[in-house]
Design a protein around this ligand. Structure first.
Ligand SMILES: Cc1cc2nc3c(=O)[nH]c(=O)nc-3n(C[C@H](O)[C@H](O)[C@H](O)COP(=O)(O)OP(=O)(O)OC[C@H]3O[C@@H](n4cnc5c(N)ncnc54)[C@H](O)[C@@H]3O)c2cc1C
Length: 385
């Protein structure tokens, strides 16, 4: 099944993304028409489980899909897969009817889910979240400012991280339909890269939703469960961008002469490409390992309880941090490859370098990931391996 999907994703990338890099880098209105075409090709939101009408592709196989899309445009890939963070939480921890309604709609329409977690004073340190919910009868009233949120303007629904106004320790994730009164898009950020995606600052003014829209469980733990999926796919974008840099380098080296021979025959160039190949292969293997571990937990008899207990997975943390670093190493080698041209906006490498930088920042920078690896997998001696 996935071989067919992957072949169609490759066709889509060739037809709709390759050659349109300047357009995606121009900060177009989002979603771009390419999102509709992805849906028309039956490929949007490919991971949504079959019980909701989706293709149900697992995370391990999604790594190659994201690598293909990112080969064309990493920003487009990011906006196409980031909903997985919210859909994973909704599927595992949402009330059944709520999940069926919103995930069924996403499978049918190719829509988006926005994730509103980060605040100006609480990005990585979610314990400092100031957005609050108040219970009034059977409703929740949500108020707060969210600093970064991708896809929110076009989303069908939002998953908002908030804490109870009455009890600071009650941290929840709440589904807020996008058409709820009180949602204000403050601005779309002008990002350094990933400009084919849209990330917004959003304000929630007394948004009222039914109390049944709160997902079940501690919100911080639910986020950890969902972040395993999105961090793995953020890592996978580095594979696609690095593969693109490899191809550009090979094309350039065939026509560039150094010391009387084409650069492609030069031993320094050969060593660089050999190094890049090793990095791409290890990135791919680590992302697949993270995907396989996640898929294995979700295939267990009690997936929600199992992933809730597991929390943030070592393989997903390692994939994101490793791919951020390895991808950056490929990007910097790539930018040197094209001489002075590599530092101009005339050459695609400048976009690829800017796009790649996000891997090591979004959903936790390296300092945060190292901290998590230490506290979750080094301090508890029984978890060391
Ligand atoms: C393109 C893009 C899309 C995004 N999309 C979304 C989205 O859809 N939804 C959403 O909620 N957010 C989103 N974000 C926000 C993003 O996930 C956060 O910016 C990121 O997690 C970092 O948080 P922060 O900005 O608060 O910075 P921080 O993590 O607070 O980092 C600031 C500084 O503090 C240091 N620091 C932080 N923690 C530690 C630590 N434990 N040890 C040592 N140093 C530390 C860092 O190294 C850094 O120097 C997006 C951001 C971008 C750029």
């Amino acid at each position: 099944m996935t071989a067919d999907i992957l072949a169609r994703v490759k066709e889509f990338t060739e037809a709709e993304l390759l050659g349109k890099e300047a357009y995606f880098d121009s900060r177009p209105s989002v979603p771009t028409p390419a999102s509709e075409k992805l849906h028309a090709a039956g490929l949007a939101n490919w991971w949504i489980p079959a019980e909701y009408g989706g293709a149900g592709v697992g995370l391990e196989e999604s790594v190659d899909i994201v690598s293909e899309l990112s080969y064309g445009d990493a920003g487009f890939a990011f906006s196409s897969f980031l909903s997985i963070l919210g859909t994973t939480m909704l599927h595992l921890f949402g009330e059944r009817q709520l999940a069926a309604r919103y995930l069924g709609e996403m499978a049918r329409t190719g829509g988006f889910c926005g994730i509103l977690v980060s605040e100006e004073g609480a990005g990585s340190e979610l314990g400092r979240t100031a957005t609050s919910f108040t219970r009034t009868g059977d409703s929740l009233v949500i108020t707060g400012d969210k600093y970064f949120s991708t896809n929110t303007d076009a989303a069908d629904f939002l998953l908002v991280a908030a804490r109870s106004a009455a009890d600071e320790s009650d941290f929840s994730v709440v589904l807020v339909p996008r058409d709820t009164e009180g949602i204000e898009i403050v601005r779309r950020w002008d990002m350094l890269g990933m400009r084919g995606s849209g990330t917004y600052e959003v304000r929630l003014h007394d948004c009222v939703v039914p109390a049944s829209h709160a997902l079940s469980g501690n919100g911080l733990r639910l986020l950890e469960a969902g972040l395993n999926a999105s961090r793995t796919l953020i890592a996978a974008t580095a594979i696609g961008v690095s593969r693109r840099i490899r191809e550009l380098s090979m094309e350039y080296a065939a026509g560039k002469w150094v010391k009387g021979v084409p650069l492609v025959s030069n031993s320094v160039f050969i060593a660089k490409l050999g190094q890049i190949e090793m990095l791409i292969d290890v990135m791919r293997n680590q992302c697949r390992a993270a995907g396989a571990e996640f898929d294995g937990i979700l295939a267990s008899p009690v997936p929600a309880a199992s992933i809730y207990r597991a929390g943030t997975l070592r393989t997903a943390l390692a994939a994101k941090m490793y791919c951020g670093q390895a991808g950056w190493s490929v990007a910097t080698t790539g930018s040197e490859m094209f001489g002075g041209l590599g530092y101009t906006n005339e050459h695609l490498i400048s976009k690829l370098v800017r796009d790649l930088r996000y891997v090591g920042l979004v959903e936790g920078g390296d300092d945060v990931i190292r901290d998590l690896l230490f506290s979750r997998y080094v301090v508890p001696a029984m978890k060391r391996r």
